[in-house]
Design a protein around this ligand. Structure first.
Ligand code: ATP
Ligand code: MG
Length: 790
């Protein structure tokens, strides 16, 4: 049943309604966090379908993650039913894969192409650089990969890069780029950046192809537009068009939503230029501002506004809410990162116990993935259910990558990077020398590595010793057998089982004594499970909806090997974020606490948010401290973090943090100082120097800023705070160690050492001590230092 107009517009404010119902020219919705941009986009799709008679197949919506795409599709489906399935709702990358599969022939590629992730890319660049005699000390593969990626994000092709090169570095990069690109094509592979760039060049070089998509997609909608880079912007422009084609197909209706203050992907080439210049890029554009926030309390909103207001050159926005002040922000200064994690855990437990929040209502944010470890340790110890999003991902594990490489080779024999990865895995007597001989043969004969392996079997490769030739024959036969299994209609999980079995990969791990290999076996079992669920899921979809599901030729057959590989290649951190209602099984319904970086949290919201590690050098990141542009980006990141919170916000920092195994003292994040003091209730401050042993406590008076208690001579107050955190260990009454350069010390953990420098006074006093084999360590000299002067 079609919902009436009233139903679709009723629970929107006037500006939102205008955006949903706007028809005709390009539309830009700019607005601060939580003002309903995503809601407008979703609702607009429903409105197009329900009220304007648009066919779902005419709609293309682009979101920032696959998960967001799935949610948007679901939400639209709940409004308009299954017809939603014919829409293209996806990320930029998935959308391009779909177009490229369909149009591969036009680009002289075949539609079973591989998608190379950053690790594959680095491997291939390493190979290329070696072959071109590029000095790896001067030009590291990682650096070359970044440079090439930047060029692609700017749509610079190798020829242009070469002619633009003005110095040695640029010339070298251009050279590697050209060869890398040649080999990618030979391998029938695209890297991530190619997916966008090659789609753009496809549309630009082949007007008939562009026209096909223009006719087809009459509505293009883009969420998080502030994080598009130049290539993505051009893609949108090519798809939507700005004027009628020769055959009279007018531009598609374009609707983009974004917030310049939330642009946090500059390192991937994202530029807020795309928002700022929208009206110039798209003639007749109309802009709508949303000003009411529906997500957060006024306290949280005021904090976010105060922080972002410090950024120069931004357009001020008025963002308000009528949801009331709500709770104060809770601030906490801990002795070290373990105590910080313990505080967070304690608070979560307390909230859960008081019935204030379920675990699934809570998110813990940090700046970089490595900060998750401490939280994990404490959460495990306390039995607090949690899930870390991101970090070393499942699909990045060696054994999983090995299996995926096998599958890729079975789908695409030209995929040289994957083929060379598994050539001698598990060991089968094909050494580096044999590999090099085959590679040279391939190069000389201008054939693929796979074809060269076949030549080796036929004895056509000179200089290959008979033992290697025999080993290669075994390998080629093995792959031929597996390929037969694949083409005989085996499901992906059966195929995986066959690979594990016939290559001897699993047997080798099972026979190993290394405990790590045992967990590798578990991961492989998990991979088989993933594949099985994938097959079952897609079977369900096709059975259930075969009548309605429009199978476009850009989509690989459901459950097929290419479909599975596509899924694996495009999986992103954010795709594994637990959904609020769907807690893990057996958790009693309270769900799990979600731990993630702020970058991953973009677009999400949680009733309770912990912002941790707010220290200069951590957040803002060390790299940003001396760079105004980077600092502005960090501040936008802080704005994103704060605005994820709906009801309760915590900010915390640690006085000492163990980074790279070495304790390090970080000053308070400048962002803490930017929070209006009256909005924050500091539960625990820096230890006041007065008693060398207590920390200030405050109930949030105006003088209780983060540094209020650092002044000398403060009054010793009985701390209600140490008891409020069950884990907060009392600050020991110890006199600061008085050390001088050259003093010898003995430390419980690091052993004997010599003081090499001293810094700071009173509670901020530190010494850098050379502990010989344990390295140089900078230590605080106040509190419970397990160290004596000799
Ligand atoms: P972000 O900038 O973080 O991406 P956003 O602008 O996309 O935020 P949404 O996520 O769409 O904002 O909306 C924020 C919250 O406010 C959601 O929970 C949404 O359901 C709710 N919301 C938006 N508009 C309204 C409205 N008119 N009435 C009630 N709730 C609303
Ligand atoms: Mg949004």
């Amino acid at each position: 049943a079609r919902p009436g107009t009233a139903d679709l517009l009723e629970d929107l404010n006037a500006a939102q309604r205008e955006a949903v119902a706007h028809a005709g020219g390009p539309l830009l919705v700019v607005a601060g966090a939580g003002s309903g941009k995503t809601r407008v986009l979703t609702r607009r799709i429903a409105y197009l379908l329900g009220q304007r008679g648009v066919h779902p197949g005419e709609i293309m919506a682009i979101t920032f993650t696959n998960k967001a795409a799935a949610e948007m599709r679901e939400r639209v489906a709940s409004l308009v039913g299954r017809r939603a399935n014919a829409m293209w709702v996806s990320t930029f990358h998935s959308m391009c894969v779909r177009i490229l599969r369909r149009e591969a022939k036009t680009l002289d590629m075949s539609s079973n192409f591989s998608i190379y992730d950053s690790d594959d890319t680095k491997r291939l660049i390493t190979l290329v650089a070696r072959d071109l005699d590029v000095d790896p000390k001067k030009y590291a593969a990682r650096m070359l990969a970044v440079q090439i990626s930047n060029l692609k994000n700017e749509l610079v092709v190798p020829e242009t890069a070469a002619s633009n090169a003005g110095n040695d570095l640029e010339r070298r990069v251009a050279e590697v780029y050209a060869e890398y690109q040649r080999r990618l094509e030979a391998a029938n592979a695209f890297d991530f950046d190619d997916l966008i760039m090659r789609t753009v060049s496809l549309l630009q070089a082949f007007p008939d192809v562009a026209e096909y998509y223009r006719r087809r997609f009459r509505h293009i909608l883009v969420d998080e537009y502030q994080d598009t880079n130049h290539a993505q912007y051009t893609l949108v422009r090519e798809l939507a068009g700005t004027e009628a084609t020769d055959t009279g197909v007018g531009p598609a209706e374009l609707c983009v939503v974004g917030d310049a203050d939330q642009s946090i992907y500059a390192f991937r080439g994202a530029t807020i230029r795309n928002i700022e210049e929208f009206e110039r890029d798209f003639p007749d554009a109309h802009t709508i501002l949303l000003e009411q926030n529906y997500r957060s309390t006024q306290t949280i909103l005021s904090a976010a506004n105060a922080v972002i207001a410090r950024n120069p050159n931004r357009r001020a926005k008025r963002l308000w809410t009528d949801s009331g002040d709500g709770e104060k922000i809770v601030g906490y200064v801990s002795d070290n990162d373990h105590d910080e994690a313990a505080f967070v855990a304690g608070e979560i437990d307390a909230l859960a116990e008081q019935g204030e929040a379920d675990y699934s209502d809570v998110a813990v944010f940090y700046r970089t993935n490595n900060q998750s470890r401490v939280f994990e340790e404490i959460f495990i110890r306390l039995g607090l259910p949690y899930k870390v999003v991101g970090g070393v991902r499942f699909y990045e594990r060696r054994e999983v990558r090995d299996m995926v490489a096998y599958l890729r080779v079975l789908a695409n024999a030209e995929d040289t990077v994957s083929l060379r990865r598994i050539l001698n895995v598990p060991k089968r007597g094909i050494g580096d020398r044999a590999e090099a001989v085959v590679a040279t043969h391939a190069e000389r004969e201008r054939i693929s590595f796979w074809a060269a392996l076949r030549d080796a079997v036929d004895g056509k490769v000179a200089l290959l010793n008979p033992r290697s030739a025999k080993a290669i024959t075994g390998f080629v036969t093995l792959l031929d057998d597996l390929r037969e299994t694949a083409s005989s209609g085996a499901e992906v999980h059966d195929l995986l089982e066959a690979v594990l079995e016939r290559t001897g990969y699993r047997a080798e791990l099972e026979e190993s004594d290394d405990p790590q290999d045992a967990s590798r076996v578990e991961n492989l079992t998990e991979l088989v499970t993933v594949a099985r669920e994938f097959a079952e899921f897609t079977a369900e979809v096709t059975q259930d909806e075969s009548a309605e599901l429009v199978l476009d030729d850009g989509v690989p057959a459901p459950g097929s090997l290419p479909a599975f590989l596509e899924r694996v290649s495009l999986v992103a951190d954010a795709d594994s974020i637990p959904s609020p209602d769907g807690g893990e099984e057996g958790d009693g319904g309270a769900g799990v606490v979600t731990l993630m970086t702020v970058h991953t949290a973009k677009g999400l919201e949680y009733p309770v948010v912990f912002c941790t590690g707010w220290e200069d050098g951590v957040f803002p990141h060390l790299r940003a401290l001396g760079d105004p542009a980077e600092l502005a980006e960090e501040r936008r990141l802080a704005y994103v973090a704060i605005t994820r919170a709906r009801k309760r916000l915590y900010v915390s920092r640690a006085l000492v943090r163990s980074a790279w195994g070495q304790p390090q003292m970080n000053p308070a994040s400048r962002f803490l100082d930017e929070l209006p003091p009256d909005l924050v209730d500091w539960r625990r401050l820096e230890p006041s120097s007065s008693g060398f042993g207590n920390f200030g406590s405050s109930s949030g008076g105006p003088s209780s800023g983060p540094r209020a208690a650092t002044t000398w001579g403060g009054r010793r107050s009985s701390s209600s705070t140490s008891s409020s955190s069950p884990f907060g260990k009392a600050w020991k009454d110890t006199v600061a160690l008085k050390l001088d350069v050259g003093d010898r010390v003995s430390h419980d953990k690091y052993g004997l050492g010599t003081v090499v420098s001293c810094d700071g006074v009173g509670p901020r006093a530190t010494a850098t001590i050379d502990f010989g084999a344990s390295g140089k360590v900078r230590l605080m000299l106040i509190g419970s230092v397990p160290m004596v002067k000799l």
